[in-house]
Design a protein around this ligand. Structure first.
Ligand code: ATP
Ligand code: MG
Length: 299
């Protein structure tokens, strides 16, 4: 058999790994990797659009909304990494940070929020510094590092604050966008959308981009094809066979992170057992707890 026919189910760049020993392949299978899919690429294109938007008084904002474990953070993180210090480090002055990503702290207030920004900028601050001081430092440093777009992940944490804190933080968001004239990108669950909608002005400026649960369609089958092609098993698993695809989707309850985790765990088992192909039994097999059951156990 020629090398070209061997491992035809794998991407050409994955094929050489299929001859590695079990331990190396298991490590590879478990390694984080970016898997592209149409909706993610569309969000990335929208983010690119925002980044190149000319400064003006009212900047457009975007809100990435979807259930937990469904790939939201992966997308904004991919975007941030793509724009690390574009154009190289300046000879002097602070490093450029085109895309700044922070997390909305839980139990949020303005002090903690600006603290999170200073943290992300690598700027130490005292927990007891006054809010105004942190706000000044955060804005000054965002200007100095030429932040062009601010991503706020876990935006739904807004709702863990009191009504007064929520109102104040929504004001801060509005103020920050105006002051720096940069687009804001919110990321969170449907609760985040609810928080934004409680402020009429912000609601008008944030365009919601849904990242819904997965259903059994062409895009899902394409995802399975990609997954199969990047996991170095020696035999094809035919994940896109209708019964197999349906079984994975139902075990994952439509959540992207679960689809990927289930296939990865099954692939590890396929290597460990020497079977080299994912069987339907491995999908249903021991150790797989459905997300909803896991939640029930956690409660
Ligand atoms: N594009 C992708 N490529 C590869 N793996 C992915 C991708 N998207 C999601 N995953 C997998 O799914 C997991 C969950 O994704 P992510 O952390 O982005 O979810 P989330 O929507 O931000 O969830 P939460 O709301 O709980 O923060 C990731 O840890 C990763 O294993
Ligand atoms: Mg996340």
């Amino acid at each position: 058999m020629g090398m070209s026919e061997k491992y035809a189910h794998l991407r050409p760049s994955t094929r050489p790994f299929a001859d590695e020993d079990a331990a190396s392949r298991i490590r590879r299978i478990r390694t984080d990797r970016w898997i592209g899919y149409a909706r993610a690429e569309a969000v990335l294109a929208a983010l690119e659009d925002l980044l190149s938007f000319p400064k003006r008084l009212r900047m457009p904002n975007l809100l990435l909304v979807g259930p937990t474990n469904n790939g939201k953070t992966m997308i904004v993180e991919k975007f941030r990494r793509t724009h690390l210090a574009a154009g190289g480090e300046p000879a002097e002055g602070p490093a450029l940070i085109p895309v700044l990503k922070v997390q909305m702290p839980s139990g949020p207030d303005e002090g903690r929020f600006f603290g999170a920004i200073l943290d992300a900028l690598g700027m130490p601050f005292g927990a007891r510094d006054r809010i105004a001081a942190k706000q000044d430092a955060a804005v000054r440093l965002m200007r100095a590092t030429k932040v062009q777009l601010l991503v706020i992940d876990e935006l739904h944490n807004l709702l863990s604050g009191t009504a007064l804190q929520q109102r104040r933080l929504l004001n801060v968001l509005r103020w920050l966008g105006n002051e720096l004239q940069i687009p804001l990108v919110g990321v969170g669950t449907a609760e985040a959308l609810r928080a934004i909608r409680s402020d009429e002005q912000l609601a008008n400026r944030f365009e919601p981009w849904p990242l819904p649960l997965w259903t059994d369609d062409k895009e899902y089958r394409r995802l399975l094809t990609t997954l199969e092609a990047v996991l170095p098993l020696r035999k094809p698993s035919h994940l896109t066979d209708p019964a197999m695809a349906a079984r994975i989707l139902s075990a994952a309850e439509g959540v992207l992170g679960e689809v990927i985790a289930i296939v990865i765990r099954a692939a590890v088992k396929a290597v460990e057992t020497g079977v080299e192909t994912i069987s339907p039994r491995m999908i249903e097999g021991a150790g797989f707890i459905r997300p909803s059951e896991r939640r029930r156990v956690a409660i």
